[in-house]
Design a protein around this ligand. Structure first.
Ligand SMILES: NC(=O)C1=CN([C@@H]2O[C@H](COP(=O)(O)OP(=O)(O)OC[C@H]3O[C@@H](n4cnc5c(N)ncnc54)[C@H](OP(=O)(O)O)[C@@H]3O)[C@@H](O)[C@H]2O)[C@@H](O)CC1
Ligand SMILES: [K+]
Length: 516
């Protein structure tokens, strides 16, 4: 499903109205009707009392239409205007006049108004500010938002919660805390990123007559991952279907290079997740001195001890040894639990240049790459030679901050833009982890993953994701397919674990592997 920013939405509206010829009033009627239906569902029955908070723009116009339909459904409604309705223009002014002729009750609210008697209402519809909103809500808008949040009533926001930045998910003070948000035509970027996603409540996207072709025509290339999208946009139709005439050699051999004595579990989780995600074979390359302690733990996985001079870590293992082992492998994942060592950035560069299979870099491998970026004058790993096969990087916000030389706060402020820019500039597929994981391709396509839960913020879940992603690559998926499907399946498995437990936060990383 398309996810748009306010500029794209304006262009899509304009194209639909001017080029396709669907009148703005028709779109507004469809929008108001859709919101009325969803608000009525939230209210849970007939004859409920709705306060409709109305701003001066088209969001307010949609709200007046919603009021009309709610009244038609048998409810009581009252319009509360945050700006003198005499100043309304265009479609909003037309809706204001219709409401007057229908004697829909209203009041003009201003900064000096006494508090609204909220006990006279059951549900609030928030139609103050939509995608035309700029900056923190001002004057009467701000006061009304504070009052509505303090009322204790369920709030249905129209398009976005008023006070939300529609483009990056940041929230101004104050911002409506909605029970549900009815996004019109397409989801908005602000609804798909934190903290906006929390303020929006349940997001329901409703069609209002704007054709999908309009988004395509305007070049929108940000999507939320969902089952139809996996098949339509990512070309993953029947991604689980296999021919019956196959063998383990048909589904790729993953090489996992991970783990050190202190963090052997990272390698174990990564290798096991790779196998569980469907590839034919997994070899786990690990420092040889502690290999004996692993024997028998993962009977399905082949172990390869790497000569480590008895240290138990990667500091004495040569990149050449791993390069040789990677020959004929369908994917290599490097990084989970490997730690840092002297000259590891140069070590990683040798691996980068010497291997020809698709590469997934996670955890400490990402910190090695950051070492390259901080190496002044080298141009960072952007200047490393282009590889013939793809690279997927899977940073969490802290690792991303180091890769970009920015703060975590800067990264989190606009995850979509950060991920897209980085992927385009560095020619890699990027998986920026965290709530609503963002996956960006070198071509600039961005996919937002809706699956997953807060219980997954626990050690080892990243190692599992790296293993799943490499496994999908080995099975012949393209980098963007493997990265998007990997994040989706990882989160979906995590949601199944959470659903099956008495205490959702008790999820641990190996549970995810078992639910794949
Ligand atoms: N076009 C169409 O056909 C369709 C439109 N649709 C609907 O339109 C919505 C977008 O409508 P929009 O562009 O009119 O902007 P919207 O958010 O209602 O209000 C902006 C007004 O508020 C004001 N204002 C801004 N910031 C403020 C602040 N911080 N604090 C206080 N005031 C502030 C600002 O006025 P100003 O202060 O600049 O005079 C501006 O005039 C969209 O979300 C969807 O609901 C859909 O149904 C699809 C079809
Ligand atoms: K709104």
């Amino acid at each position: 499903m398309y996810v748009v920013n306010s500029r794209e939405m304006r262009a899509i509206d304009h194209y639909t109205i001017e080029q396709i010829g669907i009148p703005a009033l028709v779109l507004m009627e469809n929008a108001g009707r859709a919101v009325a239906e969803e608000a009525a569902k939230l209210a849970g029955g007939d004859s409920r009392r709705f306060a409709i908070l109305v701003g001066k723009g088209n969001n307010g116009g949609d709200g007046i239409v919603a009021a009309r339909h709610l009244m038609e459904f048998g409810n009581e409604v009252k319009l509360i205007y945050a700006t003198d309705p005499a100043t309304f223009e265009h479609e909003a002014a037309i809706q204001r006049d219709i409401a007057r002729k229908l004697n829909i009750p209203y009041e003009n609210y201003s900064e000096g108004s006494p508090p609204i008697p909220w006990r006279d209402y059951d549900v609030i519809v928030d139609a103050l500010l939509g995608t035309g909103s700029r900056g923190a809500p001002r004057a009467a808008y701000a006061k009304l938002i504070d009052e509505a949040n303090g009322s204790g009533l369920p709030i249905c926001s129209l398009d976005i919660p008023s006070g939300l930045d529609p483009d990056n998910g940041g929230v101004h003070a104050p911002c409506i805390r909605a029970s549900c948000t009815v996004a019109l035509a397409f989801s908005k970027r602000g609804l798909e990123q934190q903290p906006g996603a929390d303020y929006a409540g349940r997001v329901i996207v409703r069609a209002i007559g704007i054709p999908k072709a309009a988004a395509e025509q305007q070049g929108v290339h940000t999507f939320r991952i969902e089952e139809p999208l996996l098949s339509d946009t990512l070309g993953l139709r029947n991604y689980e279907q296999r021919s019956s005439d196959t063998n383990k050699g048909s589904f790729g051999h993953v090489l996992v290079a991970a783990g050190s004595l202190a963090m052997s579990g990272a390698g174990l989780l990564c290798a096991k997740a790779a196998l569980r995600a469907g590839c034919g074979l997994v070899t786990w390359a690990l420092p040889e001195s502690w290999l004996p302690s692993i024997v028998g733990q993962l009977p399905e996985i082949m172990l390869r001890g790497m000569s480590d001079q008895g240290l138990g870590d990667w500091s004495r293992i040569t990149p050449q040894a791993l390069i040789e082992l990677s020959e004929k492998k369908a994917a290599l994942v490097f990084g989970p639990g490997v730690g840092r060592f002297t000259d590891d950035t140069a070590w990683l560069r040798e691996l980068w240049e010497g291997t020809s299979c698709p590469l997934v870099l996670d955890a400490d491998a990402l910190n090695m790459l950051s070492g390259s970026s901080s190496d002044s004058g080298s141009g960072g790993f952007k200047a490393w030679p282009k590889r013939s096969s793809p690279v997927i990087l899977t940073p969490h916000p802290g690792e991303m901050a180091r890769l970009c030389g920015k703060s975590v706060k800067d990264i989190q402020m606009d995850r979509i833009a950060t991920a897209r820019t980085f992927a385009e500039e560095h020619g890699v597929t990027l998986v920026l982890k965290g709530a609503h994981t963002v996956i960006a391709s070198p071509a600039g396509d961005v996919f937002i993953n809706p699956t997953g839960n807060a219980g997954m913020a626990t050690g080892g879940t990243g190692d599992v994701l790296a293993g799943i992603t490499a496994s999908l690559l080995a099975q012949g998926k393209t980098a963007i397919q493997a990265a998007a499907l990997g994040a989706y399946l990882h989160g979906a498995a995590g949601d199944r674990v959470a659903d099956s437990r008495a205490y959702k936060a008790s999820l641990i990383a190996s549970d995810i592997i078992e639910q794949l």
